[in-house]
Design a protein around this ligand. Structure first.
Ligand SMILES: O=C(O)CCC(=O)C(=O)O
Ligand SMILES: [Fe+2]
Length: 348
């Protein structure tokens, strides 16, 4: 049975670890062309929906309105935010503190837990860095399940707090992601029982740090991309930075709401929904303030067959994709990045 870590073995990536936390000047390689920094004034009046999950998840009585809001949000934007999701503020604060603790270590220490070129977990620059000729003003740490293997290298005598917090968060995210998936399936008129896949769903936790940047308007925190998941549950704390690209090509800010999560539709949801919910193109920009974000990247068991739901295919909605599994999708994606879905287009 392949694991999430195996999917990237075929396309090794060597990104130079950034040493940007201590820089007062922005080196040339971190300066992005100006067309990337399109002004955002045009966004005013565009509101990414915020859904209150309190009743939606726990009581059938009010689920209808949550489902309708969710459907409208995914049809228009491919993203929504949730509040009253059941994850405690205290846990979010603990995760943020551990994130701060990790990224404030000296680079020499952080690279002891560096991601190997053919690996997924550990410390380093976002894997997508190889697809761009400029460097991103950010650093990251990825874990799949327990982060113990890396935490022991970061803090040989003091890794327990980190591991306990990340384990707890991982469990909370796992529960939340599967509840969200149930709501998404319902919003598409699909039955939950057809999508249990008889195995554990796979997921990774991606912690991102965007250090304070002296020239935020000329740099890029994380370049535009879609997530290769079913859905991504993102906590962006109190510093704004996430933007989504709308279907008209304009960038829109996703406001930082205290204790809210952003829920992105990913590439696999685009496949399963036969293109009805498009995976959202997004990026993160820098600011003078340091910023942390935590992306829980959630998908199916790696070898489960994912295909457009037959109920969503008819003469007006022809079959857009052939069947695939997450493992083969990740392999193609690691090589072809934003063109990966094209390789799975259904050809009549
Ligand atoms: O930091 C953010 O807001 C976005 C992070 C992200 O898109 C990712 O980790 O995939
Ligand atoms: Fe992302």
């Amino acid at each position: 049975m392949p694991s999430l870590s195996d999917a990237f073995k075929s396309v090794p990536v060597q990104c130079k670890e950034p040493d940007i936390s201590s820089m007062d000047e922005v080196p040339e390689l971190y300066l992005w062309p100006q067309e990337n920094q399109q002004a955002l004034e045009e966004n005013i009046g565009v509101n990414i929906p915020v859904i209150d999950l309190q009743h939606g998840v726990t009581s059938r009585a009010s689920a209808g309105s949550v489902i309708e809001l969710l459907r409208a949000a995914y049809e228009e934007f491919g993203v929504f935010q949730i509040v009253n999701h059941g994850v405690s503020q205290q846990l979010l604060e603990r995760v943020e503190n551990q994130g701060r603790r990790l990224f404030s270590l000296p680079l020499d220490q952080k690279i002891k837990a560096r991601r190997s070129p053919d690996g997924v977990t550990g410390y380093g620059m976002a894997r997508i860095c190889t697809f761009f000729d400029r460097l991103m003003w950010s650093e990251g740490f990825t874990s799949i399940g327990s982060p113990l293997e890396h935490a022991e290298k970061l803090w040989p005598d003091d890794y327990q707090d980190f591991c306990e917090t990340i384990d707890e968060y991982d469990h909370a995210m796992k529960d939340l992601a599967s509840k969200l998936m149930s709501l998404i399936l319902e919003s598409l008129g699909l039955r939950q029982r057809d999508y249990s896949w008889g195995g554990d769903n796979c997921a990774a936790l991606q912690m991102n740090h965007y250090p304070s940047c002296p020239r935020p308007a000329q740099t890029m925190g994380m370049a535009e991309h879609t997530d290769s998941t079913f859905l991504t549950v993102l906590y962006q704390g109190s510093v704004q930075g996430l933007q989504i690209k709308r279907s008209d090509g304009m960038w829109t800010v996703v406001p930082a709401i205290p204790n809210a999560f952003v829920v992105n539709a990913g590439d696999l949801l685009q496949v399963l929904s036969n293109g009805r919910y498009k995976s959202v193109v997004h990026r993160a920009v820098n600011s003078i303030k340091p910023r942390l974000s935590f992306a829980y990247l959630w998908g199916p068991p790696l070898t489960a067959v994912i295909e457009p739901a037959p109920q969503l295919v008819d003469s007006k909605h022809p079959l857009l994709y052939r069947a695939l599994n997450w493992n083969e999708y990740l392999v193609v994606r690691a090589k072809h990045f934003d063109r990966a879905l094209e390789f799975f287009r259904n050809v009549q």
